[in-house]
Design a protein around this ligand. Structure first.
Ligand code: ATP
Length: 307
């Protein structure tokens, strides 16, 4: 059974006479050990979806199950859930690192002795042991973010919701947090990650779901999505002059010709047709476009933007 099953979620907000259909028919599932990157432009409906999963916003329609339990009706569902939702605001700035861990451990029902041992284990794990007695406000942003994740892990939840875990961190701190996220998932936790940093999503997610205007427009394994989109664009360079007849036939295939360079968007069969037209000109270079997640994301999100 997947640790998370969100099915056909809908949410419409009504404020000051204006209704916003924030989420429309969104379904997400997540297995243990998996990192799902949930991506979308501003206002696409990510936070609303995550809050419905966390039991903080009631869906108009649809259902959420965490480890088979409904977070909207059964508080036990929250035992399997840890969340860092709004940056590092889930920690108290005037309390020390250790006090935060113990406090949130107690809130999640961890017995005292267990909580102490778990706090030390996490402080060690996150390289924060020497900061255990430092108040949060004196920690660096990277340390605060690590502590926020540690706090969310205190009660050993199996599903972790992480909202922008690397936002505002310097390169080194971001690397550390990315490594930790990878490790946590490899230990068997499921992680639902929202981020605007697509390189982060590409690096640490197993799957991506892209939401646009409240609807999921793509969902598949990260590498498959990249593979599917890479190879759809080719650059060709020839060693001679392209004739008017060749120009005409290339235009029929929607290939863009600039002197001796041809840009072609299409599949491998189409590429062979282009090469056939170019015969017998010498081929100097043929290259497949190496798409990355940023490019794919922009393409998908822009497609049908008037819709
Ligand atoms: P961002 O990346 O900017 O955080 P998001 O993808 O998380 O955006 P949401 O915060 O879920 O998007 O917002 C989706 C839509 O719902 C937006 O149009 C937003 O203005 C609207 N919305 C969100 N919360 C409320 C609310 N409490 N009342 C009214 N409208 C809301």
């Amino acid at each position: 059974m997947p640790i998370l099953q969100a099915k056909n979620l809908y949410k419409t907000y009504a404020a000051r006479g204006k209704t916003t259909r924030a989420v429309r028919d969104v379904s997400l599932t997540l297995e243990l050990g998996e990192v799902l990157a949930f991506l979308g432009p501003n206002g696409a409906g990510k936070t609303t979806t995550i809050k419905m999963i966390a039991g903080l916003v009631i869906p108009d329609e649809g259902s959420v199950r965490i480890d088979g339990l409904d977070p909207h009706n059964d508080p036990h569902a929250l035992r399997s859930l840890g969340a860092v939702l709004e940056g590092n605001r889930n920690v108290y700035w005037r309390m020390t690192a250790e006090e935060n861990l113990l406090y949130f451990g107690a809130l999640r029902g961890l017995p005292g002795a267990d909580a102490h041992a778990r706090a030390v284990e996490l402080l060690q794990r996150f390289d924060l042991l020497d900061k255990r007695n430092a108040t949060v406000q004196t920690l660096s942003r990277g340390m605060q973010q690590k502590l926020a994740i540690a706090v969310a892990l205190m009660h050993r939840p199996r599903l972790l919701l992480l909202d922008e875990p690397t936002l505002g961190l310097d390169v080194e701190a971001a690397e550390t947090v990315k490594e930790l996220v990878k490790e946590i998932s490899q230990e068997g936790h499921a992680i639902l990650l929202t981020t605007h940093q697509l390189d982060v999503a590409e690096e640490i997610s197993d799957r991506v779901a892209i939401i646009r205007k409240g609807c999921i427009i793509a969902e598949e394994p990260t590498q498959e999505l990249i593979r599917r989109f890479c190879g759809t664009a080719y650059t060709i360079e020839v060693g001679g002059e392209i004739s008017p007849a060749q120009h005409e036939r290339l235009a029929e295939l929607q290939a863009l010709v600039q002197q001796q360079h041809i840009e072609f968007l299409g599949d491998a069969d189409g590429l062979w047709q282009v090469l056939e037209i170019l015969k017998p000109l010498p081929l100097k270079h043929v290259e497949q476009d190496q798409a990355d997640l940023t490019e794919i994301f922009l393409r998908l999100v822009r497609e049908g933007n008037d819709g």
